[in-house]
Design a protein around this ligand. Structure first.
Ligand code: ASP
Ligand code: ASP
Length: 349
């Protein structure tokens, strides 16, 4: 590290103070959320606001000393009831880069194993004046329940098969970096759609940006309830309108983006697949299959990936793959969300 690195002001992005740079970017910010639970209530403008700020945060991350302590005095608690390395580390880093106090609690070391209820745990953490609680839970809906019992902002880091909004936002940011605009782009998600919270939040986010979403997988992992006109009247708006295709070669044809999804074995009942070998033969995203997509297509995966099952090892590390960029962009998007939440709380207090 050069001595000159220490001489550069920490609070600066591209020569401007961080607050100045973000201030300029925040002028047109559209943001009205106390919590980030899913993207079903996010407008195009709100998603754009997150992405613009994430771009500024990415500039901070790309500096040799990635620190911009603009969230000093902000306390964020990571409350993880399900195993995770990458999402948890990503949130921790996002908070630390911005100078927040970050505390991580995992369910097996907390009083949860002693029988404390989710509501009690959340109330206790809230009484310690947490500003944000980042929560991952195996049950769909758990962060919604938590948000009713705390004054802190709850950020959903994945709940059961239901939602993973920060993943969808980082995917949108990554795609916009490469494609500019998502309008009318064909985005194909392949794999275990039924159990995927990444697919559900992605459907909302990509649709809000004007993309055409195609879901692909074996019929047992792709229930017909995903098709709008096969849903009962009262459930028509439960998910956005998407296309469904069980033949992967048809689905991938002319795609701009292909996202491979992991088989969520931890959430599957038995009997959904004849065998892993059969699944990978019929649904693995391979170079041969990708040759039917647009030549400049983008290949994504939220991780953790199982090479040789849902994705071929050669394409995962090929030049069309954005898998590593997605990880770095995840930190930038989470920084942007923490900043937006802190700003809103400050305005209201
Ligand atoms: N499902 C986990 C996550 O998104 C995977 C991991 O721990 O790498 O954090
Ligand atoms: N990391 C993502 C999630 O937590 C995807 C996965 O686990 O397959 O949902």
């Amino acid at each position: 590290m050069a001595i000159s690195d220490f001489e550069r002001p920490l609070d600066s992005v591209a020569g401007q103070s961080v607050e100045g740079a973000l201030g300029a970017a925040s002028q047109d910010v559209v943001w009205n959320h106390d919590h980030v639970l899913d993207l079903d209530d996010f407008s195009y403008e709100e998603i754009e606001s997150v992405i613009t700020l994430a771009g500024k945060m990415r500039e901070v991350l790309d500096r040799r000393i990635a620190r911009a302590p603009i969230l000093r005095g902000f306390t964020m608690i990571n409350l993880f009831f399900e195993p995770s390395t990458r999402t948890r580390a990503s949130f921790e880093l996002a908070g630390k880069v911005l100078g927040a106090d970050v505390i991580s609690v995992s369910a097996n070391t907390s009083s949860v194993v002693k029988g404390e209820s989710l509501i009690d745990t959340v109330k206790t953490l809230s009484a310690m004046t947490a500003d944000a609680i980042v929560m991952r839970h195996g049950m769909s809906g758990a962060p919604y329940l938590a948000s009713k019992y705390t004054r802190a902002s709850v950020i959903n880091a994945g709940d059961g098969s239901h939602a993973h909004p920060t993943q969808a936002l980082l995917d949108i940011y990554t795609l916009k970096q490469r494609l500019g605009d998502l309008k009318d782009k064909k985005i194909v998600m392949v794999g275990d759609i039924s159990h995927s919270r990444v697919a559900r939040s992605g459907m909302w986010g990509f649709s809000a940006m004007g993309a055409n979403v195609v879901l692909c997988g074996p019929p047992t992992l792709l229930p017909s309830g995903f098709l709008v006109n096969e849903r009962p009247e009262h459930a028509r708006s439960a998910l956005p309108d998407v296309d469904i295709e069980t033949n992967i070669d048809v689905a991938i044809k002319d795609a701009d983006v292909v996202m491979a999804l992991r088989l969520q074995k931890e959430r599957q009942q038995g009997g959904l697949l004849p065998s892993l070998h059969e699944y990978s033969r019929l649904y693995q995203v391979t170079s041969e299959r990708l040759s039917k997509a647009k030549s400049n297509h983008i290949l994504m995966h939220p991780g953790p990936k199982n090479e040789g099952i849902e994705i071929g090892g050669d394409v995962a590390s090929g030049s069309n793959s954005t898998i590593e960029e997605q990880v770095t962009n995840g930190v930038a998007v989470r920084m942007a969300l923490l900043y937006l939440i802190a700003q809103k709380n400050q305005r209201e207090n």
